[in-house]
Write a protein that binds this ligand. Structure first.
Ligand SMILES: [Zn+2]
Ligand SMILES: [Zn+2]
Length: 309
């Protein structure tokens, strides 16, 4: 047997990617909020598509369906070396959508189909804005051949798990309740998008408020007041300054700068402020943090994919 020389062995060791270290800030055995993807439309390899998972008593609730969400959530399951059994793919049965923008929905077919392929044997329950019904029916139509073949071909697939019971959010306030969680929806301002929502989740031991995509919105301040965790979208002010006037106008109307978020945080005073849907535009995490901390002295976390809060 030929032995590898010590020098080559050293090179192999040095080039091997570092073992990924789980960051867990949750401090609760009951409620865990997982950042599945902290990204936006830019296909950053470091930021999967925008998606969150709330796991309460090992029951998962998905919020937004950015690309990559199923594989990111699988990463935290025992099957792939993680510790959150509730995120087993076949257990993903309940989901909430803030708005229909593609960076929040291109993972939707994956959320409908992959948990079914992995054994989910009941319909997915989805709560989302007006239009989620039409989007759902079109996705199911697009995949009808796959569904037909799995159900009626040789594969032992069940005939329930591919189905979706969709529920369109028609009013502000409570939209969902079970023994783990109460979910309230509130309208946010996302340019002239007519139907963008944020959510407030109340679990047995946490209140978690999620902004969705928005510019500074009065309802975020109303529902976010005193939350244990406020998860808010953000862009770098320094990065913003480098944009064209056209893009500046767009982002000003649709999203929230670090300086604006500092003001929101001062008014809501959350236990933890967690940044997601982050537009760095060349700024580092430290610079982003510095921008916010220039106007807010509380606990701020620059969210990274797979962080647990
Ligand atoms: Zn978005
Ligand atoms: Zn959006």
């Amino acid at each position: 047997m030929k032995l590898i020389s010590p020098i080559i062995a050293l090179i192999i060791l040095c080039c091997h990617p570092p073992v990924w270290a789980q960051r867990d800030f949750s401090g609760s055995e009951i409620t865990k909020l997982v950042l599945l993807g902290t990204g936006n439309p830019n296909p950053s390899p470091e930021q999967s598509g925008c998606a969150l998972a709330l796991v309460v008593n090992d029951t998962p609730y998905i919020i937004d369906f950015g690309p990559g969400l199923i594989r990111r959530s699988a990463r935290l399951t025992p099957r792939y070396g993680g510790e959150i059994e509730g995120l087993e793919t076949s257990r993903l049965k309940t989901a909430f959508l803030t708005h229909l923008h593609s960076d929040h929905t291109t993972g939707y077919p994956d959320l409908i189909l992959t948990p079914w392929v992995m054994g989910r044997d009941e319909p997915l329950q989805v709560y989302g804005p007006e239009g989620i019904g039409s989007m759902t029916e079109h996705i199911l139509m697009a995949y009808q051949e796959d569904i037909r073949y799995r159900v009626y071909g040789d594969e032992p697939a069940n005939n329930q798990g591919w189905r979706v019971n969709w529920h369109e959010i028609e009013h502000e306030g409570e939209i969902y309740r079970d023994s783990n969680v109460v979910v309230e929806a509130f309208p946010v301002i996302h340019g002239s998008w007519p139907n963008a929502w944020g959510f407030r989740f109340t679990t047995p031991d946490r209140v978690i408020v999620i902004s969705g995509d928005c510019k500074p919105s009065p309802k975020v301040i109303e529902y976010g007041a005193g939350a244990d965790i406020l998860v808010h979208e953000v862009y770098s002010q320094a990065g913003f300054e480098t944009k064209s006037e056209e893009w500046k106008a767009y982002h000003r109307m649709h999203h929230t700068s670090t300086l604006e978020l500092a003001e929101i945080a001062r008014r809501t005073n959350p236990g933890k402020l967690v940044l997601y849907h982050i537009l760095f535009w060349g700024s580092s995490e430290a610079e982003l943090l510095e921008e916010i901390q220039s106007g807010y002295k509380g606990n701020v976390f620059v969210g990274e994919d797979l962080d647990i809060f």
